[in-house]
Design a protein around this ligand. Structure first.
Ligand code: BMA
Length: 311
């Protein structure tokens, strides 16, 4: 395998707290999506309370981002979401579907962590739709197409019994989700053996849905977060064609190795381009935002030609 399957952008990190016009301590774990000619980045930032909010930055080219003057989404002050967001909103993902942008994010509170769904059409007005999981869930990504009339998502419940794994669920209306099944597990004594979770919303390719996920390995010096890839059947995304045996990205640059949480690369978004490349965005050490490029064909080939079992 090519060790540089993801080519890091030489200008990394592309967004840090110094670039944000309101006080934050970190800029990380951002969703990125193309809206017209602009790349929209919804990033997570820690405040000095230790709790997180979501900001918005825009870019003409996917590399140079400028943050809006005010946060995009902060914990709901009242209403049905408020009791579940009091500890912060984290790790957004964005999927464009039927002309609107569906935003999933982790809502933290004394009741645990669950996933909320919001929507926007213009990145100005944002409407909270529903809390779409109970506790404890993180890392929900919605597919950009429906399957037999149903929305589909990859999700990641927590369990005391089983290693944290990737599941799939379906919904007729984005509010009520079910038909859940486990489709991918960590592999023992492998780079993702401790836990895995969906990263970027899946990308359609000719060979299947490409999913970029994170995997965690426990060491004597804490956990290491890396990124890997899996390929799902186009018509039936619950069927996994292959999971790449090796990671595609691991902490390497100084701002990935050291920061708020050491040894973390964590993705919430990737943008496929017309030339067959994909821009992959990741948070470095829960502190800064980075980007790199890969050839989609290489990532697909890793899943097909160098696969490990999905479960
Ligand atoms: C996970 C989440 C992510 C974070 C990662 C590394 O459990 O909290 O937001 O990037 O840990 O700290």
């Amino acid at each position: 395998m090519n060790p540089d399957i993801v080519r890091r952008y030489p200008g990394n990190p592309i967004l840090t707290k110094a670039d944000i016009p309101f006080p934050v301590e970190t800029v990380h774990n951002a969703a990125v999506v193309k809206h017209g000619d602009e790349y929209m980045m919804l990033f997570r930032s820690h405040l000095r309370t230790g709790r997180s909010i979501i900001g918005l930055a825009r870019s003409p080219d996917g590399f140079r981002f400028t943050a809006d003057p005010v946060p995009f989404l902060t914990p709901a002050p009242d209403g049905p979401f408020a009791p579940y967001e009091e500890f912060g909103v984290e790790d957004p993902r964005v999927t464009k579907l039927d002309g609107e942008y569906l935003i999933t994010y982790s809502a933290y509170s004394r009741n645990g962590v669950r996933i909320a769904l919001a929507r926007t059409t213009d990145f100005q007005e944002v409407e909270r739709v529903s809390l779409i999981t109970e506790a404890d869930y993180r890392n929900v990504v919605i597919f950009p197409e429906k399957f037999d009339g149903l929305y589909a998502r990859l999700d990641r419940p927590h369990s005391e019994i089983a290693p944290w794994s990737i599941w799939i669920s379906y919904s007729p209306d984005l509010r009520f989700w079910g038909q859940s099944q486990l489709i991918m597990r960590p592999v023992q004594y492998h780079w993702d053996e401790m836990k895995i979770g969906p990263g970027a919303p899946p990308i359609r390719t000719d060979q299947g849905w490409l999913s970029i996920y994170h995997g965690v390995f426990q060491t004597m010096d804490g956990s290491v977060y890396r990124l890997g890839v899996a390929l799902h059947n186009l018509q039936d995304p619950a069927r996994i064609i292959g999971v790449g045996d090796s990671w595609i990205l691991q902490p390497q640059d100084p701002w990935e190795v050291t920061g708020y949480v050491h040894n973390v690369v964590f993705t919430c978004g990737a943008v496929p381009e017309a030339d067959g490349t994909v821009k992959i965005y990741w948070g470095g050490a829960d502190t800064v935002m980075c980007v790199g490029e890969a050839d989609i064909a290489d990532l697909v080939a890793l899943c097909v030609d160098h696969a490990r079992p999905a479960k």
